[in-house]
Design a protein around this ligand. Structure first.
Ligand SMILES: Cc1ncc(COP(=O)(O)O)c(C=O)c1O
Length: 372
């Protein structure tokens, strides 16, 4: 066996050969859409703060008040130390926004998927997942021990075929999709999947991480999401029936065995959700900005605040990202395994706070340089 250092060196060399090295780069958010990296200022298109709420004065004030009053940390799992009173209002607002009976907040969206899926299905069960579902939905499905089959992206027919061929061999069945796909920005056919789900006696679970606050909520048996994107805080959530939530309290290991959120994060998320609820104009802006970009590129209108510019190989995505960086625009290159091989891309995310000029400049540069 090599030393651990040699092992890591060998793995890194292989990753570098494929232009797939990832590095954590220090980047300071300056507020609105500006960031500072390596002494240079940029406009960032790689941030999921869709509504600019991370820096909203009311959100900051709520977090500050909770911090002063309740301290920095939760100190234990909500089931061990007791649930902080601040959660009640947050969960009430989440359930209201989603039109469900109840909601439960987890430590993060990732933890929610890791906890919920294994609480619903196990080794005698079937999970059918859209091929492009987020890594944490797949990780939750794998952890559950259920048989996991993937259907082609947004392909209802393929989902139906898999149900027809396999459903009868299993006890329970869970279908997984996203409301807004994180790397492609298209919407999942949630309403249409309800039909096959009911016809084949399956439950439908959606990941709304990129939908909450920017796209209308669509009903499903289980709706999970995150508080770290449009909500501008941290944490994950699950919305559904009160029985579902009570069952998760008993069985979702990532809820039972992980410390609760810092009170300031809970308070910030609550303040942000109130703003989201009260301001439909704000909720529409990220999509408007995404559409300004797709129009400038001569493409069909964006379906969400996420717009991919697919360029093919990883090296080409890195070159496109470097080109924009030289012009003061920060857009991360997304490469395999985050996306399928041959579909490396620049992933643009649009915020309510973006100005028109850098949006149009980015589109013009991509066209000029032959990337779009
Ligand atoms: C679709 C999707 N689901 C879940 C998550 C995980 O959420 P969190 O960051 O709160 O762990 C993310 C990204 O972070 C995501 O893009």
């Amino acid at each position: 066996m090599p030393s651990l250092r040699d092992f890591a060196r060998g793995q890194l060399a292989r990753t570098a050969q494929q232009s797939l090295t990832r590095t954590v780069r220090e980047t300071e958010r300056l507020g609105r859409t500006r960031v500072r990296r390596g002494g240079q200022d940029y406009v960032s298109f790689s941030c999921n703060d869709y509504l600019g709420l991370t820096h909203h004065p009311e959100v900051i004030a709520a977090a500050r008040a909770a911090l002063e009053r309740y301290g920095t940390g939760a100190a234990a799992s909500r089931l061990v130390t007791g649930s902080h009173p601040l959660y009640a209002e947050l969960e009430r607002l989440l359930a209201e926004l989603k039109g469900t009976e109840a909601a439960r907040v987890f430590g993060s969206g990732y933890l929610a998927n890791l906890g919920v899926i294994p609480a619903l299905v196990g080794k005698n069960d079937l999970v059918l997942a859209d091929r492009l579902c987020h890594a944490c939905m797949y990780d939750g499905a794998r952890l559950s021990g259920a048989t996991l089959l993937r259907f082609a992206h947004n392909d209802l027919e393929h989902c139906r075929e898999l149900l027809e061929e396999h459903r009868a061999r299993f006890e329970r069945c869970l279908i997984l999709t996203e409301t807004v796909f994180s790397m492609d920005g298209d919407r999942g056919p949630v309403e249409d999947l309800m039909g096959p789900a009911r016809a084949w006696d399956a439950w439908l679970m959606t990941d709304d991480a990129h939908g909450l606050g920017t796209c209308p909520a669509i009903a499903a048996d289980v709706q999970m999401g995150t508080l770290s994107k449009a909500v501008g805080s941290y944490g994950g959530y699950v919305c559904g029936s009160s029985e579902l939530i009570a069952w998760l309290d008993n069985r979702a290991r990532s809820l039972l065995f992980a410390t609760g959120l810092p009170p300031a994060s809970v308070a910030a998320a609550t303040a942000a959700l109130r703003i989201i609820r009260a301001d439909p104009e704000l909720r529409q802006k990220p999509l408007e900005h995404a559409r300004r970009f797709t129009t400038a590129l001569g493409r069909p209108p964006a379906a969400s605040p996420i717009v991919p510019v697919i360029v093919g190989e990883a090296e080409r995505a890195l070159a496109a990202s470097a080109m924009l960086e030289r012009h003061g625009l920060l857009v991360v290159a997304i490469r395999p395994p985050s996306v399928p091989p041959g579909t490396a891309r620049l992933r643009f995310t649009f915020s309510a706070l973006h100005e028109p000029e850098p949006i149009e400049r980015a589109a013009a540069l991509l066209k000029e340089q032959g990337y779009a």
